[in-house]
Ligand binder design. Sequence first.
Ligand SMILES: Cc1cc2nc3c(=O)[nH]c(=O)nc-3n(C[C@H](O)[C@H](O)[C@H](O)COP(=O)(O)OP(=O)(O)OC[C@H]3O[C@@H](n4cnc5c(N)ncnc54)[C@H](O)[C@@H]3O)c2cc1C
Length: 548
Amino acid sequence: MSKLDVLVVGAGPTGMTAAIELARRNVSVRIVERRTTPSTSSKALVMHARTLELMDILGVADEMVHRGYTSPGIEFSANLEKPLRANAHKLDTQFSYILILPQAETEEILERYLNKLGIKIERGCTLTGFSETENAVRCTIERAEGGTFEINASYIVGADGVHSMVRKTLDLPFEGYRYGWTAFLGDVRLHGHHAEGGTEQHFSNRGLGFIVPFKDGSHRIVTIDHDYQGDLETRELKLEELQNSISSILEKPVELTDPKWLTRWGSSLRIVPQYRVGRAFIGGDAAHTHSPAGGQGMNTGIQDAFNLGWKLAFVIKGEAPEALLNTYNSERYPLGKRALRVSNLLIRSLRLRQNLLRKLRQALLSIVIPLPPVQRKITITLSGLGVRYKTGDGKLAGVRMPDMELMNAEHEKVRLYKLLSFPGYTLLLFIGPDQAQSAREQIEQILCNADDMLKSHVILNSGLPKLHNFKASTLVDYRGDFENKIGSKTGRIILVRPDAYVAFDLAALDPDAFKKQLRKWKTERSIPPETPILQEMPLQGSRSLTCS
Ligand SMILES: Cc1cc2nc3c(=O)[nH]c(=O)nc-3n(C[C@H](O)[C@H](O)[C@H](O)COP(=O)(O)OP(=O)(O)OC[C@H]3O[C@@H](n4cnc5c(N)ncnc54)[C@H](O)[C@@H]3O)c2cc1C
């Protein structure tokens, strides 16, 4: 029986991201998947900005964007003549839009990355149960062709979807309820309605309809139609039924042809009370499930996996205290609950049945959606960019580092997120050219802390990087992004976690204080019952955080 560091169960987006995050830090990992072939049905279509930023760190965002379709925002069209759109283009990110990319393609890209790291998905392998010993988990796997085998691992990650065996084995309750409605879904050609610009939501007396355009000109159509409720969920969906349903909701006849996928499905609103039990972790749909409204499910799952992967790798390699693993639950559980709240609010408000309430909602939406603060609130919340964790000391601690454009000594433009692809911590010393001279000794002492797990960069607020001969790459913040985007003054030390959130920061170039903070972070991390703060991130070119 082989012993490995981590067994990941389930090769959906959550499991593959977790396996990638472990494997790229040279942690031994296996990933088992019940299905014998990759999935071809694309449940999730929407990828939000924060997920794309994480994909950028992995170096696969460009391919995703290239293969997908960028939608400027979410349209609350409500069959109105003038579309009401929550625009994403003012978000301070490299990805200020919603990416429409079928989940099967996202999975294909992630699997290729995993293969490049030397990990093959073990398909046709179903986890049937596991037990925990003092320092391992013993897992039983059933082969599709018959027979079982065992895997002994230090940790198990349950990314095995809504019917998770890992969750059931842990005896964790999946608290919540099942929605009373059934939805229709079809990937089809749509004639008689033009929906090119965004992800449209329509409602009428008949119910609710979503229309999402694909790059090839076809559309995903989803309806929750009052006239078709009470049908057996298992009954096959006919193209004419979907056509009738969407025509009624749009209040005009449209024609549907060339169905690629037709299904009906129901949804639940559920979450587990904790994401960690001993050596077992769960994430993605195994931990939380809700309606697809707002496109939060896959995005939340990928972000769970990204949060867990580096922490687990660091602990396995002895680079972080075991207690760091508890922050997976304290950081991600509240966000799982929030995803449930957001999608529930959206689906309930969109599904209002009474005529008067619907008219009121329509009138209200026409007034509030165009308001800039409302636009910002909707897009910040759905994009995932507004999350701030409680991580450590400093005014920037827990803030998501926005991307910035810097310039290196060779006058080449370098994006901060390219630097953040380093799998350890990234240390940013933000200084002025005068400090490069006057505080050289302190700076060199701080830079001495660099090792395999910590990479340093000196960032000048102006001047020429090549004039300073530091033992670290030196770049210039030629656009003033540190000041404009995070309100940072020079003379600041910022330690960034591998998931691009600030671990801690210091407002002085003090080598002793830095060493103390670093030691605290790496060895003594205490685990307060942290809750993420939803933070209003600045819009392009504006400033909302100030540090003295
Ligand atoms: C119609 C629809 C539209 C959606 N649209 C969006 C959207 O636009 N944006 C968004 O973010 N989300 C969306 N979602 C939700 C999204 O599809 C899920 O949240 C996402 O697939 C979750 O990924 P996961 O990896 O956690 O789980 P899954 O994708 O379910 O993957 C779990 C994997 O585990 C495997 N498995 C299960 N049990 C075992 C076992 N015992 N042993 C081994 N393997 C096992 C399964 O075969 C599966 O491959 C949508 C969902 C639906 C139904």
